[in-house]
Design a binder for this molecule. Structure first.
Ligand SMILES: NC(=O)c1ccc[n+]([C@@H]2O[C@H](COP(=O)([O-])OP(=O)(O)OC[C@H]3O[C@@H](n4cnc5c(N)ncnc54)[C@H](OP(=O)(O)O)[C@@H]3O)[C@@H](O)[C@H]2O)c1
Length: 320
């Protein structure tokens, strides 16, 4: 299968390394890569991990036209306020009848229902497992393993950067030092304030709500407060009381509609939501037939994001 990558940063490179490590077993080839500043690269026979980029394609349509791929993989920078440019990239791929995978939660948080319906109309697969909890099965788990189940809400700790920052504050480091740590791990958003101010969590909350609760919402509608005001002394004082702080996402289906909120909550260290350390994430889905069921991802990194894309790709290959 021929793949076109739109974006080639941390995730794109990790995905290319993963494909390289499974070459011979899975028949996937990256035949085109488009970036914002580094240019565009094409090769029918497949591109190396460090491709030679030529001049940038003038538009996403020009890129997709020349790439002639079976699947496009959208992994550009997140814009939690608009979902762009990913939203337009995905629309363009779907309109051309190209299967699409994204790790960018922006479009799921801003335009899921429209994209889902357009994909169904054009009879293409649209997958987005890595948008929440990297490669840990969330969307695919519900789709493939929970038939007939209705999700009525969820609770999660979904942002790794804020966890790394809180851990750094507990050690007496500053917020900036904590952010640098997350950046060195390659897990922070290009603009780390999106993590700190709760935008990344709000985008994931909106994405989950759009997919599971048909909320047709956006991150702007999530009642959001980040961890920006935390200080080392506050976190250390809480630690002395066996408490910690985590950025918690909550969603609930109520008679008045879907209620969504992201908050820096004070939790007991023994609380399930606080128990997973490091970059680890946890999501509990509240359902009708299966009660509460969850997914935990211990210390995910960018390789697990790449795996989520890979699992979507295998899922698409199986359905063809
Ligand atoms: N990193 C993670 O652990 C992680 C986890 C889950 C989900 N994600 C999501 O995955 C996506 C990619 O993350 P990343 O860490 O790989 O980001 P990144 O390192 O900042 O790379 C972003 C890439 O997108 C390209 N790009 C930006 N705007 C573009 C445009 N208009 N047209 C074409 N290319 C464009 C950039 O081009 P240049 O190279 O020319 O700048 C760069 O190659 C984000 O949406 C992020 O939220 C990341």
């Amino acid at each position: 299968m021929r793949l076109a990558l739109i974006g080639y940063g941390n995730v794109g490179k990790a995905f290319a390394r993963l494909l390289e490590s499974r070459r011979g077993v899975f028949p996937f080839r990256i035949c085109a890569i488009h970036t914002a500043r580094h240019g565009t690269a094409y090769s029918l026979r497949g591109l190396p991990i460090k491709p030679a980029f030529g001049p940038s394609a003038e538009s996403i349509d020009e890129f997709l036209e020349r790439a002639q791929s079976d699947v496009a993989i959208e992994i550009t920078t997140l814009n939690p306020a608009t979902g762009e440019p990913a939203l337009s990239h995905i629309r363009a791929a779907i309109a051309r009848g190209i299967h699409i995978i994204t790790a960018n939660k922006g479009p799921i948080a801003h335009g899921y229902a429209e994209l889902r319906d357009a994909a169904a109309f054009h009879q293409v697969c649209f997958r987005f497992e890595s948008t929440v909890m990297d490669g840990a099965p969330v969307f695919n788990m519900v789709r493939n393993n929970l038939p007939g189940v209705k999700v009525s809400g969820f609770t999660g700790v979904l942002n790794s950067t804020s966890k790394v920052v809180v851990a750094a504050l507990r050690e007496g480091l500053t917020m900036e030092e904590g952010i640098r740590r997350a950046q060195q791990l390659g897990i922070a958003e290009a603009d780390a304030s999106y993590d700190i101010d709760g935008w990344d969590s709000a985008a994931k909350t909106a994405a989950l709500a759009n997919v599971f609760l048909d909320a047709r919402t956006t991150p702007l509608q999530v009642d959001r407060r980040g961890i920006g005001k935390l200080t080392p002394s506050r976190v250390q004082r809480l630690a002395s009381l066996n408490k910690t702080v985590a950025l918690v996402s909550r969603a609930k289906l109520t008679p008045a509609g879907v209620k969504l909120r992201v908050r820096a909550e004070v939790l007991d260290q023994t609380d399930l939501l606080a128990a997973v350390q490091g970059t680890s994430n946890l999501l509990l889905l509240h359902t009708d037939l299966m009660g509460t069921v969850g997914t935990v991802s211990i210390s995910p990194g960018v390789e697990q994001t790449a795996y989520g894309i890979f699992s979507d790709l295998v899922d698409i290959a199986r359905t063809l």
